[in-house]
Design a protein around this ligand. Structure first.
Ligand code: SAJ
Length: 439
């Protein structure tokens, strides 16, 4: 009787002895650190990215992700353990393929899976027996099994006999030096027990603690819940900020005091809005899917509504500060300090500072920004370059709005030289001055 090839056993063996060749689709803030971690322990890694520029940078050992050490990438590329390509024709040589491509929203907050579907269709063209496919992109529960699996099955291959399919959500906190790809607990869910077994074996080779769950769907919901937890709690402190403004209370004092409670609370802080490619977007993937079950996720919708209101509130507060100086918004000179979506990184995608910039311009203000992390900004119709933070500039503008609390700014100097400062991040904590207004 001809023994049908046990593809699972041979794949497990290759994972175990590190002869498995690993593919990473999407060389961004998730994919490139992952590729480096896998190569560091000896796996040969092929990065696939649609950007020829990124592919060329990787093949030249030129790092572009701040969470990756330049010398690590250079060394691993030099040793031939990492290479990159724009083509999927390398797929047949790969044993494990990890997908970390963007999952954005459409303009009316519906999931946009074009990248996940496109990549899966490319992989399906080349799929062969003995391969594990793992989706890491944040998405709604059901994507891996209901969207990816049917596309992969067009290959004619059989799930859990020929190929294996899993979801293992990325948990990268950009800029977090303490928690990295290696030491952040990793949830893994398979489409069937065999897929779970193979995926757990793969991730366990480089990640200290792997957390298996019963299905890919459960793993998808774990991640969307994590980001929803943050979005809702950020919205809660933002809502308290709006109320404190009406009550004439200092929300920062209230929150600082609340967070002295040693148990049962977790610090979140208000701001000019919520940016990045995760927190403002991912929860709406769950909101959209829940409707299929005739279920309204009220917390997600409300959190999104409140967080999206914060840029407007910031400008409203700026108008009040200017009018107390006898200055209408129209013609006022305003300097934004920080365009990145959060402190100490260079990413400005969905940054609330950009929304504040647009609203101020719309109101007729003359707006410039200073942010050494984002020397040039091109997003949502704003195209502008960072200006130098000179004494003259600080003295010349009517209002400075601190929109991102980067640590590389001397806030004491900013307060000393400015007419008025609206601090949306409490970056001026500890600096007492009558010309500072907090959000
Ligand atoms: N923000 C606040 N107040 C807070 C916390 C954050 O206004 O108390 C703002 C930030 O300024 C930023 C936005 O919310 O504009 C998002 O910040 P974030 O740190 O929550 O989100 P990301 O996108 O940088 O990274 C998050 C990860 N962050 C943490 O867990 C701390 C994690 O949720 C995900 O692993 C990651 O998104 C992702 O890729 O999903």
């Amino acid at each position: 009787m001809n023994q049908t090839m046990d593809y699972k056993a041979s794949l497990l063996q290759r994972i175990e002895d590190k002869t498995a060749r690993v593919g990473v689709v999407g060389l961004g803030y998730v994919g490139l650190p992952f590729a480096v971690e896998k190569a560091k322990v000896g796996y040969a890694v092929v990065g696939i990215d649609r950007s020829a520029k990124r592919v060329a940078q990787v093949n030249a050992g030129q790092n572009y992700i701040s969470d990756v050490k330049d010398e690590d990438l250079r060394e691993l590329v030099g040793r031939g353990l990492i290479q990159a390509t724009t083509s999927f024709d390398c797929v047949p040589e790969l044993d494990v393929i990890v997908i970390a491509v963007p999952t954005p929203l459409t303009k009316n907050l519906a999931p946009d899976l074009q990248y996940v579907e496109g990549v899966t269709a490319e992989i399906a063209k080349y799929l062969r027996p003995g391969q594990l496919i793992s989706l890491e992109s944040t998405t709604y529960p059901g994507t891996t099994e209901e969207v990816m699996l049917p596309i992969l099955q067009t290959s004619g291959l059989k799930l859990n006999r020929d190929f294996f399919l899993a979801h293992s959500p990325e948990r990268v906190d950009p800029g977090n030096a303490r928690y990295t790809t290696k030491n952040t607990n990793k949830v893994v869910g398979g489409v069937g027990p065999e897929s779970l077994e193979v995926a757990v074996a793969f991730y366990s080779k480089t990640i200290e603690h792997v957390v298996p769950v019963s299905s890919a769907k459960a793993a998808e919901l774990v991640k969307v819940f994590e980001n929803t937890f943050r979005a809702v709690n950020i919205a809660l402190v933002n809502e308290i900020t709006l109320l404190c403004d009406r009550m004439g209370l200092n929300v920062w004092e209230v929150l600082d005091a609340a967070f002295t409670k040693p148990f049962g609370i977790m610090p979140f802080y208000p701001g000019p809005g919520v940016g990045g490619h995760c927190i403002p977007l991912d929860p709406h993937y769950l909101e959209w899917k829940a409707k299929e079950y005739n279920f309204n996720t009220h917390f997600i919708s409300l959190a999104g509504e409140i967080n999206r209101k914060m840029p407007e509130f910031t400008v409203e507060k700026a108008i009040r500060v200017l009018s107390q100086m006898g200055k209408p918004l129209k013609g006022a000179k305003v300097l934004l300090l920080g365009m990145a979506y959060k402190a100490n990184l260079s990413d400005y995608r969905e940054s609330p500072a950009i929304e504040v910039y647009k609203l101020l311009k719309k109101g007729g203000a003359e707006v410039v920004f200073h942010d050494e992390w984002t020397p040039h900004v091109e997003e949502h119709g704003v195209v502008a370059d960072s200006v130098e933070l000179t004494d003259e500039l600080l003295g010349a503008v009517d209002l400075v709005i601190i929109t991102t609390n980067h640590k590389n700014v001397d806030y004491e100097r900013v307060v000393r030289l400015s007419k008025a400062v609206l601090d949306t991040r409490y970056a001026t904590r500890g600096i007492q001055s009558p010309n500072v207004v907090l959000l």
